[in-house]
Write a protein that binds this ligand. Structure first.
Ligand SMILES: CC(C)(COP(=O)(O)OP(=O)(O)OC[C@H]1O[C@@H](n2cnc3c(N)ncnc32)[C@H](O)[C@@H]1OP(=O)(O)O)[C@@H](O)C(=O)NCCC(=O)NCCS
Length: 242
């Protein structure tokens, strides 16, 4: 935890952007996304995954995409308006061409202590709400992507969420012909590199000067190195795939 706190501080110093202002937003009518994995909601002890949708998860999604630390490694710029986040959420829907184009909200259960002392509101017991702390999913064919709100870094949450997601991925009907999951992390993104290693991903090719972090834009086109990883579909004892 101390190492992660120090690292956050370093990133904060580095990411010198001002926090984005939050203009007034008129919510657009949004549709609950239909998940092609909808039947597979998994509930472990602290977290569960559910299909990301703008009706339920919009504010938490925006809180992440507008946070400079969460976006530090990204090629996408920090969201400064809610409209950006909403448009992005609405674009993440499975289609015939992209059946994998789906994201999952990482939900944190209310703490046991909160659940034990619910607030009273107008005589009714107000249940503590679960919180979306991050999201993950398939960002390109067979390629996983993930992000956690910085307030929740360093608690093992992404390792737990990733393990859940990998299990779902191999069971996902739309992905049954996929034999390999891939991932890529900035070579300096220690947290992400470790999360992937812990999940069993194997180091693959290393691409030098492969992509541009959004925070580097306007700094002479500096490109960053990317470490690729893969994880093969587990084999059953009889040699067939899971
Ligand atoms: C990378 C990220 C997902 C890690 O999430 P997290 O929940 O904090 O990770 P975990 O707590 O599960 O940590 C897993 C391991 O990584 C280590 N770790 C996490 N952050 C670290 C950091 N900044 N530096 C070094 N190690 C780190 C943990 O110590 C742990 O290793 P251990 O079990 O051997 O001690 C989170 O920092 C994040 O969302 N970053 C911004 C978005 C991003 O980088 N996405 C990935 C793009 S490829």
């Amino acid at each position: 935890m101390a190492a992660v706190a120090k690292y956050k501080k370093e990133l904060e110093n580095f990411a010198s952007r001002k926090a984005p202002s939050h203009p007034i937003f008129t919510p657009l009518p949004s549709l609950l996304q239909q998940s092609t994995m909808g039947a597979h909601v998994v509930e472990p002890s602290r977290l569960w995954l559910e299909p990301l949708n703008s009706e339920e998860h919009f504010e938490d999604y925006y809180a992440i995409q507008s946070h400079p630390l969460a976006m530090f490694w990204s090629s996408q710029t920090v969201h400064t308006t809610r409209e950006q986040s909403l448009a992005q959420m609405e674009s993440m829907r499975p289609s015939v061409d992209k059946p994998w184009n789906e994201r999952w909200a990482i939900m944190l259960r209310p703490m046991a202590t909160e659940a034990a002392s619910p607030n009273e509101e107008n005589g009714a017991v107000k249940k503590p709400k679960p919180k979306m702390i991050g999201f993950l999913g398939i960002v390109r064919q067979d390629e996983i992507g993930y992000k956690l709100h910085p307030d929740f870094w360093g608690n093992g949450y992404m390792s737990e969420a990733l393990a859940l997601f990998i299990d779902l991925f191999w069971k996902w009907d739309a992905m049954k012909s996929s034999t390999r999951l891939i991932a890529a992390a900035d070579s300096e993104n220690k947290g992400s590199l470790r999360v992937l290693e812990k999940a069993g991903f194997i180091k693959d090719r290393y691409e030098k000067e492969f992509y541009e972090r959004a925070i580097d834009q306007g700094k002479g086109g500096k490109k960053r190195d990317l470490q690729f990883f893969y994880l093969d579909r587990p084999q059953r004892n009889d040699g067939t795939s899971n």
